[in-house]
Ligand binder design. Structure first.
Ligand code: ZN
Length: 127
């Protein structure tokens, strides 16, 4: 996955969801662990690519989404904060994941002259 193209599609989504005269203050992004995307490099590319767009001067907050795993061996469910194929309960490498490849634009905060509006865009960036 290439972080620059991810940030480009996120910026496209933000522009589509932002009224023309508004300025974006903050963008919230939720990223699944299996994407392998680094929040730090997303933010770096955002700071570079936001110039000249409605996001100029905006900040981007990236949240890593915990991984929901199910063990095919012992049948237990686990919430993981980092990618691991080994079941914490039985020690077998039998985990399957129920999420992890998501990349969501969670919300956009804009300043449109009437105060801050936080809208849930609920769109998925192209991967
Ligand atoms: Zn297990």
């Amino acid at each position: 996955m290439h972080e620059a193209s991810i940030v480009e599609s996120l910026l496209d989504l933000v522009v589509q969801n932002t009224p023309g005269s508004a300025r974006v203050r903050r963008v919230d992004v939720r990223v699944g662990l299996l994407t392998g995307v680094s929040p730090d490099s997303l933010q770096l590319y955002f700071e570079f690519l936001r110039e000249g767009t409605v996001c100029d001067g905006a900040e981007m907050a990236v949240t890593l989404q915990p991984l929901l795993a199910h063990c095919e061996n012992c049948g237990t469910d686990h919430t993981l904060r980092e990618v691991d194929w080994v079941c914490p309960a039985c020690g077998q490498g039998a985990l399957t994941f129920r999420n992890g490849d998501e990349l969501h634009l969670e919300s956009i905060e804009v300043d449109n002259g009437e105060g801050i509006h936080a809208g849930a865009a609920d769109s998925q960036a192209q991967q």
